[in-house]
Design a protein around this ligand. Structure first.
Ligand SMILES: [Fe+2]
Length: 293
C-alpha cells in the first residue's frame, strides 16, 4: 500500500480547521503568515511522525528558553540563529543588487556615540591594528553622500563590552557619518572568533547534535542613508577560523574581506602606526527604496 503524500496528509479536518481559524485576522498578513505556519508545522509533525514524548520534550526546551531569557539575553533569538532561520530571513528579504546582509547578532547597541569620520577606536588596548575604510555607493557605483555607518566588534579577548565589565561600554563601537563622496575610515583592531552562549537549552542542543559553537571573526556594520534600504551586515576577515562553519550561518561569499599589508605613509602618520600595517578596504552598495517597491 502506498504511503500518503504530504499534501494528502495535510488534507484532514484538524489541519484545515487550524489553518482556517486564522483566516479572519484583521491584519491580512497575520492571517497569511499564521495559516502558512500552521500548515508547515502540521506537515513537520506528520512527516516526522512526532511522538508525544518528543512533543513534550520540545515544550520543555521552549520553557527552558523562556526561563533563561531576560532583557540582555534572548534564547529564542539564539534558537533562530543556530537553526539558520535568522539568516534565511536575511536571504529572503534581501533586495537584489546591493551588498549582502547578514545577522544582527545579540550585541548591537543603539546608543553608540557619534564619532568623527577617521576616528581611532583602539584607545591603547591590545590587538592588531586594522585600518578599515571604503565607500558607500548605490548599485550604479555612484557615491551616497553622508551615509551613516554604525560599527561594533569584539575586543582582543574575544568579548563584547556587554560580556566584559572591564571594557568601557562604548569600546570598539561608534557611529560615523561618511563624507560627501561616501567615504569612511576608522582605526580598529582585528576581531576574533567567539562562541555563542552555551549555558542554556541552545547549548544543550548544540552539544547533543555534535555541533560547532563558534562564529568566525567579524566586524558588524549597519549602513543607512535616506532613500535607501538600510543594510545590516558583517565583514569576515579571510582565513579566520570557523569561516566555513559559522554556527549561525551568517557568512556570505561577498562579505569575506582580505586583511592586507598597507604601506600608506600618510595613514601611518595619521594614526601613529608603523609600516606596514593592516588594512581592510570595502565598498558597501545600497539599494534605493523606490526600486524595491
Ligand atoms: Fe558578533
Amino acid at each position: 500500500m502506498n504511503q500518503p503524500t504530504a499534501s494528502q496528509a495535510l488534507d484532514n479536518p484538524v489541519t484545515r480547521d487550524a489553518m482556517a481559524s486564522f483566516s479572519k485576522a484583521t491584519d491580512p498578513r497575520l492571517a497569511e503568515v499564521m495559516g502558512l505556519l500552521v500548515k508547515h508545522l502540521h506537515a513537520f509533525v506528520d512527516e516526522s511522525k512526532l511522538s508525544k514524548a518528543e512533543w513534550l520534550k520540545g515544550l520543555e526546551i521552549l520553557t527552558a528558553a523562556a526561563q533563561i531569557t531576560d532583557h540582555e539575553r534572548n534564547e529564542f533569538s539564539l534558537f533562530s540563529d543556530i537553526m539558520g532561520i535568522s539568516s534565511m530571513v536575511d536571504v529572503v528579504s534581501q533586495p537584489p543588487g546591493g551588498t549582502p546582509s547578514s545577522v544582527l547578532g545579540p550585541f548591537h547597541n543603539h546608543d553608540s556615540l557619534i564619532k568623527p569620520n577617521g576616528s581611532d577606536l583602539t584607545d591603547g588596548q591590545p590587538g592588531e591594528r586594522v585600518w578599515l575604510h571604503g565607500r558607500v555607493l548605490d548599485v550604479h557605483h555612484n557615491p551616497i553622500p553622508h551615509a551613516q555607518i554604525d560599527f561594533w566588534q569584539n575586543a582582543d579577548n574575544g568579548l563584547y563590552p556587554a560580556q566584559d565589565s572591564a571594557q568601557d561600554p562604548q569600546n570598539l563601537r561608534c557611529k560615523i557619518q561618511c563624507d560627501a563622496q561616501g567615504g569612511f575610515e576608522l582605526l580598529t583592531i582585528r576581531p576574533h572568533p567567539y562562541t555563542v552562549p552555551t549555558d542554556g537549552p541552545v547549548g544543550a542542543l548544540l552539544a547533543a547534535s555534535n555541533r560547532n559553537i563558534w562564529r568566525p571573526a567579524h566586524f558588524h556594520i549597519i549602513v543607512s542613508a535616506p532613500g535607501y534600504v538600510g543594510l545590516v551586515t558583517e565583514l569576515f576577515p579571510s582565513g579566520s577560523a570557523y569561516i566555513d562553519n559559522d554556527t549561525v550561518f551568517g557568512v556570505r561569499p561577498g562579505l569575506i574581506v582580505d586583511v592586507k599589508d598597507c604601506h600608506n605613509e600618510d595613514v601611518a602618520k595619521q594614526f601613529g602606526l608603523t609600516l606596514p600595517f593592516k588594512e581592510v578596504a570595502f565598498d558597501f552598495s545600497l539599494v534605493q527604496q523606490s526600486s524595491t517597491t
